[in-house]
Ligand binder design. Structure first.
Ligand code: UTP
Length: 316
């Protein structure tokens, strides 16, 4: 099974981000900030920490902000330089990838995640690669993709990041059908005998769901090239990976860490709180602020005020 090094990552950023309207009317979802960095910046840092050298963005309409983020901004840099604001200068550009190591290609129509990944086929060529969905954030000791790359060095093949979810939620995820007869040395790895996209709870083969981190072999492009539509009429990456099972090994990797679904409002706001609390410079102030929010005040919990709910006199 191929264990060629993982040098390239695909960031599919062609989605419309309708769950964040009106915020995403004129700005890409991936540029929404968690504390002080856009979602896509965290994805980029995670890829780099895993040893990735080439960064491929599959964009769509209205995504220029992402290209600009990964470029110099001369006017601002010259202003900061004149004012001798070294720290701010570092934040604008010290982390930029080397010239030529960033590519952008366009997914002309949002036909699904599988289609977005397929759009990167010529930029990937004939080697294994990683995929990171920027709207899935994982807070962990070792960055999630790095954990997966370490596991990949042991077993090769294809690896998807997985986590247990409540059975009632299987309809929102790709679910792993676990090959219980297969033994793996790394207890975080499970071998898959199938993957099912968005099954109903009573039809789901397990509650192990796929989240937005993948290590894939290039043969996936042949399958995606058939352009077969799956759940919700989209070209599904999960279906293509499932088709590879039998010809190639596919593993689920139970990563260490906490995942935040930043594609939705609640997960995104929760990630902001989690990352703020994880920062030494603002942790204490953040906690103080949280304690000041009336709806979080436990002394008032019996009288918790839901948005739009009215209370009797004295509470308004
Ligand atoms: P989502 O299902 O979250 O879709 O895509 P979305 O359009 O971004 O968001 P909503 O539902 O309208 O709010 C999951 C991931 O797959 C990418 C998205 O950018 C996101 O990272 N994606 C999805 C594409 O790149 N292209 C597609 O055609 C679909």
């Amino acid at each position: 099974m191929s264990r060629a090094p993982i040098r390239k990552v695909v960031f599919p950023v062609g989605g419309l981000g309708t769950r964040f309207l009106p915020a995403t009317k004129s700005m890409p979802k991936e540029m929404l900030p968690v504390v002080d960095k856009p979602l896509i910046h965290y994805a980029f840092e995670e890829a780099r920490a895993a040893g990735i050298e080439q960064f491929i963005f599959v964009t769509g309409r209205n995504k220029h902000g992402i290209e600009d983020h990964f470029d110099h901004v001369y006017e601002l840099q010259s202003h900061l330089s004149t004012k001798n604001k070294r720290r701010e200068l570092e934040l604008t550009s010290d982390w930029l990838p080397s010239p030529g190591n960033v590519s952008f290609t366009r997914q002309q129509e949002p036909l699904g995640l599988g289609h977005a990944v397929w759009c990167a086929r010529h930029l990937i060529g004939d080697e294994p690669f990683a995929v990171i969905l920027a709207d899935d954030m994982v807070q962990s000791k070792t960055p999630c993709l790095k954990q997966m790359v370490n596991a990949y060095h042991e077993v090769g093949g294809n690896i998807v990041a997985v986590m247990d979810i409540p059975r009632s939620e299987t309809k929102s995820y790709g679910i792993v059908d676990i090959d219980k007869s297969a033994r793996t040395r790394d207890k975080r790895l499970v071998k898959a005998k199938g993957l099912v996209e968005k099954p109903a709870p009573d039809e789901a083969p397990s509650t192990l769901s796929i989240i937005g981190r993948y290590i894939l072999q290039p043969e996936i492009f042949d399958i995606l090239g058939r352009q077969e539509r799956g759940a919700i009429g989209e070209i599904q990456l999960t279906d293509a990976i499932s088709t590879m099972i039998g010809k190639q090994n596919v593993y689920g990797y139970r990563f260490e860490g906490t995942r935040y679904d930043c594609g939705g409002l609640v997960g995104f706001v929760a990630a902001n709180v989690a990352w703020a609390l994880g920062r030494k410079d603002i942790h204490d102030k953040m906690l103080d602020e949280l304690k000041r929010i009336p709806a979080l005040d436990t002394r008032m919990s019996g009288m918790y005020k839901k948005p739009g709910q009215r209370y009797s006199a004295g509470m308004e």
